[in-house]
Design a protein around this ligand. Structure first.
Ligand code: AMP
Ligand code: GLY
Length: 418
């Protein structure tokens, strides 16, 4: 089989790495990929939806796998389906659950899916009036995609007023902020849930946990993700059952009833609260860096699972996860998550040592014999172990050998779960 993977992050390198292990796979193409994918697949120097469609019309593929969310909201899946090529990922209308927070919130309200209470506003004055009588802190969100930003946790009225002004009047997230959601602040522990979905059936992954803030002890601004662990040792089977029964299955069913057949990965961010798990947001794709940990412990051929989702026969797939524990530590550039430095030479990629280490590339490029940095998140150092503590020890040992000017990483990934 020939497979095309769309994207250029650590998630895509991890997916390509896993796909490479399948005996069914011959060629893997990546648009545009990075220096890591170039080692195990063929990068194509294209990245726009239309360029990818044009390439597929000429070259075809047996399966296309979509990594990032922005392609989903552009309807890349619908366009690939139109030319008759199997594609893993939800259509534009099914992925609205990610690209419109107000759509997701209304759906949850109508279907009784547990989430923070909320109000939606497209009027600046009405939003300002509303916050006067609400319990603090309040969470203020731009409705559309805002590159993982667009969420403000306001501790007091002044912060809330500022957030509304910035998003609605000053349009710091552009059109994404035309509508805002003001919601209740959920207290609890946050986890990432992923489920393979075939439109009707679902198969949950073990729970994982991202670390979104840039600095140790969850300080500083939010990032795309500074590190993950999977599974999360304190999440119980009962909680996972509750998440499947009360959140994942009802969501897929609600979408199906509305003519939005969801095939792909449903990834709800979940807060485990005192009154049970509640949805923070929905994503319609693999998380990054979640995928980097997950691919290390998935024991079933990924090609088989992706096809089962696309063909609607996930029920017949017996998905196995190893009993190991995985982690991923993100190495980021100086300046991330605002303006990141680039073009720094990375050292130690070949010599990094530790038990069961795989290094996934994100913002890297290949230039002759050197691999310079090329973005905010640069590498994901992943390890597995018999338990969380072993995998973390191994990853933090390996990271000592890797360096580039300005490299920053969190020292406390997984620490709260040990
Ligand atoms: P989102 O982009 O919706 O995932 O929000 C970014 C981050 O803000 C989440 O990962 C949470 O840590 C936090 N967050 C979002 N909504 C809430 C909420 N209602 N209560 C508490 N924290 C929240
Ligand atoms: N790990 C966060 C995300 O992929 O959205």
């Amino acid at each position: 089989m020939n497979i095309l993977v769309v994207g250029n992050g650590g998630r895509e390198h991890a997916l390509v790495w896993k796909l490479r292990q399948s005996s069914k796979v011959k060629n893997i193409f990546v648009t545009p990929g990075n220096a890591g994918t170039a080692q195990i697949a063929q990068n194509l120097d294209i990245s726009k939806t239309e360029e990818i469609i044009d390439w597929l019309k000429i070259n075809s593929a047996d399966l296309v796998v979509i990594g990032p969310d922005n392609y989903l909201s552009e309807g890349i899946v619908d366009k690939i389906q139109e030319i008759g090529i199997p594609v893993f990922g939800p259509t534009k209308n099914a992925s609205e659950i990610e690209w419109s927070k107000s759509f997701a919130k209304k759906l949850m309200l109508e279907e009784n899916i547990p989430t923070a209470t909320f109000q939606i506003f497209n009027d600046f004055n009405a939003a300002n009036l509303y916050i006067r009588n609400q319990k603090l802190p309040l969470v203020i969100k731009a409705n559309g995609l805002a590159l993982g930003k667009g969420v403000v946790i306001a501790e007091n009225l002044i912060q809330a007023e500022n957030a509304i002004k910035e998003i609605m009047s000053n349009k710091i997230y552009g059109d994404a902020g035309r509508e805002i959601i003001i919601e209740e602040y959920l207290q609890g522990k946050e986890i990432s849930i992923h489920a393979f979905c075939d439109g009707e059936n679902v198969a949950l992954f073990p729970a994982s946990q991202d670390h979104k803030r840039i600095f140790d002890y969850d300080k500083g601004p939010n990032t795309g993700g500074m590190g993950t662990i999977a599974p999360v040792p304190w999440v119980t089977d009962k909680q996972m059952e509750e998440i499947e029964e009360k959140i994942v299955l009802p969501t897929i069913e609600a979408l199906r009833k509305r003519g939005r057949i969801f095939q792909g990965i449903l990834y709800p961010g979940i807060m485990i609260t005192e009154t049970g798990p509640k949805v923070i947001e929905f994503n319609a794709r693999f998380g990054d860096p979640e995928a980097q940990s997950y691919m290390r412990i998935l024991d079933t051929d990924l090609v088989d699972i992706l096809f089962a989702c696309v063909r609607g026969n996930l029920k017949s797939e017996n998905i196995k996860w190893s009993n190991k524990s995985a982690c991923c530590i993100t190495c980021a550039s100086r300046g991330y998550p605002s303006v990141s430095e680039k073009d720094k030479t990375i050292n130690g990629l070949e010599t990094a040592r530790g038990i069961d280490i795989v290094i996934f590339h994100a913002g890297t490029k290949k230039e002759g014999n050197v691999t310079p940095t090329n973005g905010g998140r640069v590498l994901g150092i992943t390890a597995t172990g018999n338990n969380l503590s072993q995998s973390l020890t191994s990853a933090y040992e390996a990271i000592k050998s890797v360096s580039f000017d300005g490299m920053q990483y969190r020292k406390d990934i997984g620490a709260k779960s040990i």
